[in-house]
Design a protein around this ligand. Structure first.
Ligand code: DX5
Ligand code: ZN
Length: 215
């Protein structure tokens, strides 16, 4: 059974508190927070102040996905805002190893995300240092896009690398995840599923999270 990390990107921001309470009731393992800067991705969302506000209403661990240019500039701010896992994009930071160490030195879990076109080879030499790899299965920037089929091979390949080398890394998959494909993606090797639109656009959000948990 995979863990579920609902992305609030598709939630109703005018009642964010209620939305979070619903996923909590459904049994969400994390809250997935998509931070976008309009430079690394063509969309702008929210930053540390919003995360800090939500931190005060829930104890669910915060899975913060930074889609920002040079994230090393803001690690401490996201830690102070209440992040539990901080994921940076391999493509967004020149000194990836140093950025990872910054996160670890703050006592937080570190993840690396890969855009669909970025090969797994790019993170070969930092695998020993991280807690999670986030495989993007759409191009980052927006909710509600379709799963890119070629990512099946990438997920399976990463699963094999982790198992062969006995690494303590979780695989998170983000983009185009629905109840319909959740079982398949878990079978390929995903440990954590991110779902945005399929959860927050559902008529019954609590029930939808529960159904994901039963996959
Ligand atoms: C996309 C974000 C995702 C997004 C997923 O850039 O990283 O977390 O919210 O949305 P869905 O589940 O609708 O594809
Ligand atoms: Zn995300």
């Amino acid at each position: 059974m995979a863990k579920i990390s609902p992305s609030i990107l598709s939630s109703d921001f005018s009642k964010l508190g209620e939305e979070i309470r619903k996923i909590e009731e459904g049994g969400a393992d994390f809250v997935h927070l998509d931070v976008m800067d309009g430079i690394f991705v063509p969309n702008i969302t929210f930053g540390p102040p919003v995360i800090k506000e939500i931190r005060s209403i829930t104890d669910i661990p915060f899975d913060v996905h930074l889609m920002i240019d040079r994230p090393e500039r803001y690690i401490e701010e996201f830690v102070e805002a209440g992040a539990d896992i901080i994921t940076v994009h391999e493509e967004s930071t020149i000194h990836l190893h140093r950025t990872i160490q910054n996160i670890k030195n703050c006592g937080k879990k570190a993840g690396i995300s890969l855009n669909p076109s970025t090969p797994l080879e790019n993170i070969e030499y930092v695998l020993e240092d991280i807690d999670m790899v986030l495989i993007m299965t759409v191009n980052p920037g927006f909710g509600g896009q379709s799963f890119i089929p070629a990512m099946e091979r990438k997920i399976k390949h990463l699963r094999k690398i982790i198992d062969d080398r006995d690494l303590a890394i979780e695989i998170e998959v983000d983009g185009g995840i629905k109840l319909d494909n959740a079982k398949e993606v878990t079978d390929w090797g995903a440990d954590i599923l991110v779902a945005g639109s399929d959860i927050f656009k559902a008529d019954n959000i609590v029930e939808r999270v529960r159904l994901f948990k039963e996959v």
